[in-house]
Design a protein around this ligand. Structure first.
Ligand code: MN
Length: 385
């Protein structure tokens, strides 16, 4: 089945379910899952701006630093080896791209990226340092690297102010410095928040030692995007053994753990105005919300008592993006349980640069008003664009 007939099938299923015709829905339930197959596609003109809220970038120097770290001790960083070693997005020898199109696209914050955006119909790309960012280095290295890459990102945005916006890299290894860098990046460089590439050496942001970062984020009204990397060292091994530590499954396990850690330990009672953004359709959490609430009510007495249910924090403090998940049923389900104001379009450029997926998202049966929120206005509100 080609993409067009899939989309038509999905629209019919949706219409059948909405109109209560379960027999018709059952009849259509055999439709195949959509797969973007790289076929040439041209996005059409649409009555909304397409804002991509999860674009990755990184300078070649950073990738060279990953290589150096891995060469020094190949066994100390199995997760980094998976993402940036021989089986990952290996950069070239001596700091080049190695002919790797992902690495080339990550490093290009100029004409090449703009060309890809034009080809895929993206008007504005919110861009931030790719995973694991600065979080694998010692604190002084990570802190200065965060500042220098933020300067470079801000420079690219100054060159293309109508096409790029960005989030700052910060180094949780030194929470005080991270808080200061977030302030500098937003106030001086015009960046719109920060990215944290999930765990830092196996530590998560529910640990109070990181909370200076949340104090700053709340005071600056700066959202923090928790982006995946491989699962933390305490749970990495079973994923590595099966080769599923990255986007196939490990990433969403890692970030859903991180998000639920913030919720269940009461971080959002302490920081009621903190805004956290998670990608990839909310990393599986929306689908499990009923059960999470159910067991929160029955949790063990030693666990912190929350002011609200997890689903309430999901609807107050968390925003999600559709990166890597251009799939109507998932997007509409998230909108229906979190609210249409909390779901934002994202492409996951350049890791999942599929022009066809833009059109798949355009084609999801949804009111014009909701689609404009999905592609444009929610991102403008959340990231103050
Ligand atoms: Mn991603």
């Amino acid at each position: 089945m080609d993409r067009r007939s899939f989309v038509k099938g999905a629209a019919l299923t949706y219409a059948a379910i909405s109109s209560g015709s379960t027999a018709r829905a059952a009849e259509l339930a055999h439709i195949k899952m959509p797969v973007a197959n790289g076929e040439a596609a041209k996005p059409r003109k649409v009555p909304y701006k397409r804002i991509e809220t999860e674009g990755a970038w990184g300078p070649l120097e950073l990738f060279q630093m990953y290589t150096t770290l891995l060469e020094k001790n190949p066994f100390a960083h199995p997760g980094l080896a998976s993402m940036w070693g021989t089986t990952g997005n290996r950069p070239g020898e001596g700091g080049g791209t190695g002919g790797n199109p992902i690495v080339r696209r990550l490093a290009d914050m100029g004409e090449g990226r703009i060309r890809d955006m034009d080809a895929s119909g993206i008007d504005l790309a919110l861009t931030f340092l790719t995973a694991p960012g600065v979080q694998v280095f010692d604190a002084p290295t990570a802190t200065s690297l965060a500042a220098s890459t933020n300067d470079q990102l801000a420079e690219a945005i100054r060159k293309y102010p109508t096409r790029f916006a960005g989030l700052a890299a910060i180094a949780p290894q030194d929470p005080r410095a991270a808080a200061k860098e977030l302030e500098r990046a937003t106030k001086t460089l015009g960046l719109k928040g920060a990215v944290v590439n999930s765990h830092t050496e196996g530590e998560y942001l529910d640990d109070p030692k990181f909370w200076e970062m949340f104090e700053a984020a709340e005071a600056l009204n700066a959202p923090i995007y928790i982006h995946p990397r491989e699962p933390g060292p305490q749970m990495l091994q079973p994923y590595l053994e099966r080769g599923i530590e990255r986007a196939l499954w490990g990433f969403n396990v890692e970030v859903s753990l991180h998000t639920l850690a913030l919720i269940t330990t009461g971080v959002f009672d302490r920081f009621p105005n903190l805004k956290i953004v998670i990608g990839h359709g909310g990393e599986g959490i929306p689908y499990m919300l009923y059960r999470i609430d159910y067991w929160e009510r029955r949790k063990k007495p030693f666990m912190p008592k929350l002011k609200m249910l997890p689903s309430d924090y999901m609807r107050r403090n968390i925003f999600i993006t559709t990166s890597g998940l251009p799939w109507g049923p998932a997007i509409q389900f998230a909108q229906s349980v979190l609210g249409v104001d909390r779901v934002m379009y994202a492409m996951d450029y350049p890791y999942e640069f599929e022009i066809e997926e833009v059109t798949m998202t355009d084609d999801i049966p949804m009111s014009d008003a909701d689609k404009k929120k999905l592609f444009q206005t929610n991102a403008e509100t959340v990231f103050s664009l």
